[in-house]
Each structure stands twice: as structure tokens, then as C-alpha cells.
Design a protein around this ligand. Structure first.
Ligand code: PHE
Length: 341
């Protein structure tokens, strides 16, 4: 034990006089390397009488650890010295200049998507993925839009040579998700959608939606209204009223257009809501029994609601963006004006 104290004292003195990394490496080998003094002592411990093993072992370990820390500190001080030398030699670095670098940020759509995901997760929904390339069956037939149905006209899209399509709506994942989980289920699935559109300030060929689906026993329109109001309260940070108007979609019965009281003027009427007090937000409805059946769910036993919320419109409202094409433009100057709260 006394010998160990001596070794430690000597080592500390040696360490103080070390001047560079090469010397430090030698020092490390001499004490803590494979054949170093401390490592050897650890090996020799087996020859000690049993009663001494524990105290000696503890002491040896603490010396080893302390030495290791001292070596690491010395190493760090050499690194700092090196950097300081470099800086003192360089005349063209002025560390007092304010940082000019522009900080990036996530895209407004991504920010909104993450926010909506958090909100729905907190209400017990799972988050699912959808494909961007879909079979015609999933995009159309499985949501009650057979070949030659006029609803296909409104959702003209890009057909691939293999007969698959770029999905026109997030509803294209409904069938797969019903088959994957069965009932009951509560899921949202955000995704990029595509349509063959005439482009203008509010129509794009690529846009983002988030689909929501809840299927259980005794689900009604009241559940739909409840979840939409909760989501909106969270997004706009205040109470938002909703109203339903009849709307036709082959995969819901009854189907609705959901309007919200204008978040800008609280329904009093302003330029944004065109003085009507209401803004159209998203289509929704009770899932059609045929759609449940095609998803392997018995419509006699289960009901469900579904909605398809367009992100672009919500992002434009939430972040005061006036031109939908800006959202896909990659124009950083324009996008950075989005008022992300
Ligand atoms: N998929 C429809 C669309 O994009 C929206 C929708 C979803 C309507 C769910 C009703 C229920 O046009």
C-alpha cells in the first residue's frame, strides 16, 4: 500500500513535467498500458493473501482511475493550447464579429404535420404511413369509386405504365389500414397526394392531406365533431366553432363539408372568410358500409367516421401564406415569411 502511494506521487510529479502528446502517450503506456506498472500490479494481486486482496484492490483501482483522469485532463489542455496557438497566429479571424450564418428551419407543412400528429397522438390515435404510388384498387375501388364512376373525373391523376397511380387522396390507405388492424381502430395517416389540376393560386398538382379514421361500436357524427373541435382548439389556441353541410363522396354516408368559424374575425366577417364568417376546412363523413365491408369489417357491428384534411389550406391559414404554390416552391425567401407561431 505504501509502495502504491509512492508510485502515485511519482507519477503525478512526472505528469507535471510532460510537455507534449508524444511524452504523454509514453507516460500512459508506462503506467496504464498493457505492461504498465498499474496493470501489472492488478495482475499480481492474485498472489496476495485473501484478506488483503479487497483493500489493496480498492486502493489500486482508485489510483488507476485518478491517474486516468489526470492524463485525460492533460490531453485536453494540450488540445486547447494548440487551438489557442493557431488562433493567435491567424490575423484574419475576428471572433468578435456577430454570426452571419442564417439558421434554417423545417418547412411550414412539416411543422404543421408534426403539430397535428402530436395532437392526434395525445387523443389516442396511431399514426400510419401511406404509399405515394398506389394500386387503382386502393385509390378508387376500395373506397367505392368503381371504374367509370363520375367521381374519378374530379380526381384525375398521373397513371404509371404498370397501371398504378400517384394517389389522389390519403383515403387510398383506408383499406390497407382496416385490413391491417381490424376494428376497433383510431388512426391518422398524413401524406402527399397528386392530381391533374389546372394550377392557380389555390390549386396545386401536389398537396398534403391528413386522413383520420375512427371505427368502433356506436361511433357517430358527435365523435367526429368532438375530435375536430379538439384538434382546432389546439391548432388555433382558441375555441373554433364547426358546422357541417351535406357533401357527396362515394365512400361516406352521410358525407359532409366541415366549415370552421373564421379564426381571423371569430365569425364576424372579414376579407379572409369573404365576409361570410365561415371557412371551408375539410370533407368528412361516416364511413360507407360497403367500404367497411371491403376492409373486412362488419358494418352491422361497427361504424366509423373519416375525414380528409388538406394541409395546404390549414397551413396557409395558420401561417398567413396567401399563395398555395409557395408551399411547394422551395423559395426560401418567400417561405421564411410564413408566420410560424
Ligand atoms: N378523400 C377525399 C378527398 O380528398 C376527402 C374525404 C376523406 C372525404 C374522408 C370524406 C372522408 O377529396
Amino acid at each position: 500500500m505504501v509502495e502504491l502511494d509512492e508510485i502515485f506521487k511519482k507519477a503525478k510529479a512526472e505528469l507535471n513535467s510532460i510537455k507534449d502528446t508524444a511524452e504523454l502517450n509514453n507516460f500512459y503506456q508506462q503506467y496504464l498500458g498493457k505492461t504498465g506498472i498499474i496493470t501489472q500490479s492488478l495482475r499480481n494481486m492474485k498472489d496476495l493473501p485473501n484478506e488483503d486482496k479487497k483493500t489493496f484492490g480498492m486502493k489500486l483501482n482508485s489510483v488507476k482511475n485518478e491517474l486516468f483522469i489526470l492524463i485525460k485532463n492533460k490531453e485536453k489542455s494540450f488540445e486547447i493550447e494548440k487551438i489557442e496557438q493557431k488562433i493567435s497566429k491567424t490575423k484574419d479571424i475576428d471572433l468578435t464579429t456577430p454570426c452571419q450564418e442564417k439558421r434554417g428551419s423545417l418547412h411550414p407543412i412539416t411543422i404543421l404535420q408534426n403539430r397535428l400528429i402530436d395532437i392526434f397522438l395525445s387523443m389516442g390515435f396511431t399514426v400510419e404511413d401511406g404509399n405515394e404510388i398506389e394500386t387503382e384498387y386502393n385509390n378508387f375501388e376500395a373506397v367505392n369509386i368503381p371504374k367509370n364512376h363520375p367521381a374519378r373525373d374530379m380526381q384525375d391523376t398521373f397513371y404509371l405504365e404498370n397501371g398504378q397511380v400517384l394517389k389522389t387522396h390519403t383515403s387510398a390507405a383506408q383499406n390497407r389500414i382496416m385490413r391491417k388492424y381490424g376494428a376497433p381502430l383510431k388512426a391518422i395517416f398524413p401524406g402527399r397526394c397528386f392530381r391533374n389540376e389546372e394550377l392557380d393560386a389555390s390549386h396545386e398538382n401536389t398537396f398534403f392531406q391528413i386522413e383520420g379514421m375512427m371505427i368502433d361500436k356506436d361511433v357517430s357524427v358527435a365523435n367526429l365533431i368532438y375530435f375536430m373541435e379538439e384538434m382546432l382548439k389546439n391548432v388555433f389556441q382558441k375555441e373554433i366553432k364547426v358546422r357541417l353541410r351535406p357533401g357527396f363522396f362515394p365512400f361516406v354516408e352521410p358525407g359532409f363539408e366541415l366549415d370552421i368559424s373564421c379564426p381571423y374575425c371569430d365569425g364576424r366577417g372579414c376579407r379572409v372568410c369573404k365576409h361570410g364568417g365561415w371557412i371551408e376546412l375539410c370533407p368528412c363523413g361516416m364511413i360507407h358500409p360497403e367500404v367497411l365491408k371491403m376492409g373486412g369489417i362488419d358494418p352491422e357491428e361497427y361504424q366509423g367516421f373519416a375525414f380528409g384534411l388538406g394541409f395546404s389550406r390549414l397551413a396557409m391559414m395558420t401561417y398567413d401564406i396567401t399563395e398555395i404554390r409557395l408551399l411547394n416552391s422551395g423559395n426560401i425567401k418567400a417561405l421564411s415569411q410564413a408566420k410560424i407561431k
